[in-house]
Design a binder for this molecule. Sequence first.
Ligand SMILES: [Zn+2]
Length: 375
Amino acid sequence: MHELTCPSCNKPSQYVFSDYLLMCPFCSATFRFDTDSGQKELFGDHYIVPNLLDAGAVKELSLEWLRRLHHRPGAVDKEFFVVDVQGFSLPVWVISLEAHTAWKGLVKRQNPLHVNLSSAGEHLLESGQFRRGYRWAISARANICETWGLTRLHEPPEPINTEWDGFPLDSTLSRGRLLDDDQKSAYEARNFFEFKYANGLPILGVQVDEHEALRRAKNHIELYHYKISTLNADFLIDNRTEVEVAGVQLIHIPVWKVGYLYRPKNILRHFYKGREKRLLIDGHGKGVLTGQLAMVHTDKVLVNGYVTSGAAFFFLLVGILWHPAFIVVALFALIVAGTSFYQSAQALKAKELAQLENISNSFGTDPSKSAQAAS
Ligand SMILES: [Zn+2]
C-alpha cells in the first residue's frame, strides 16, 4: 500500500500499486498510475452495475431456486441449509464485438439411393457462414479460480463444452432469473463507476489490463465459433473467424456466492454425506448464474437401486441358507433395483437428447444479440 493523491479531487489515500487501475475512495475517480514516471491518467470508461440484494434476500432466492428444482418443494426448508453468503463487486472487461465466421466441410449424403460407393461420392462439399455479436466479458482478476463458478460461466445453447472463462454478458446475466419482471439488462442498468452503487459490497481491484482482455476475448470467440462450425460438417476443412471490435469498457458487476448443505430427513441420510454445494447469484438481475445441485431425484433413485440390490443379495443368502421363501423376496428386491437403475439411465439419456436438439439452433445470426452489440 502506498499513499497517493487523487488526480480528480486531490485527496490522499492508500493504493495497491500492482493493480492496473486505481479507484479513489472519496470521489470514485478511476485512474492509471505509472510508477516509473509518476504520471496519473484518468480512465473514463469505467461503469458499475448496481447491487440490489442483501444477504437475507440472497438466502431466500437460493431456497426459492432449490424449491423449484426439488421434487417435493415443501421439504426444502427442512432439508436445505444456507450456511454461507458473501457478495462482491467483480470487475470485468466488456468487449463489444462482431464476429464473422466462414466454414467449409464435408457433409455425409442424406439419401443412400444415390450414393456412389466410391469414397468420393459419400460426402458433399458444403460451406456456410454466420455472424454474431457479443458483449464478451473477461474477468479483470488475475486469479479466475478465486471464486467458485467464475471459471466457466458461459453456457452456450449449442452442445459444446466451454474451455474458456469469458462469457457473453447479456445472455449470462439474464439467465436463471426467478422473478418475471421486465427489468433492464445489466448492461443497460450500468452507471458511471461510483462506490455507492455497490451497496455495501467490497469492490474487487482491477488486475488485468484491457490489451490482455481483448486478446483473450478474441481467442475465446475464435475457439467458440470453430466449435460451432464443427457441428455443421462431418469433416470440417476450413474455418475462418474475423473479429471486429466496437468498444471496450470496464464494468463492476455484483455477484453473490452461496454455500448450502443438504441434510435429508429420511433414511437416505445414512447413505448420503452432505458436502457444501455452491451457487452464484447475480446481484442485479437476481438470477442464479450457476449452481451445484445437491442430490436430486435421479440420485435418490440410484441410491434406492443400490440399497435394494444389497437387500436382494441378503435375502438370496437367507433363502439359500434357511428358507426358500426368501428367494421370492430377493427376486422382488432385484426387480425394484433393476427398475431404479433403468429409471436413472433413462433420465441421463433424456438429458443427452435435449442437448442434441439444440444443434439445430446453432446456425446463422441471432438478430437480438447483433442489435445489442451494435449499440
Ligand atoms: Zn478522488
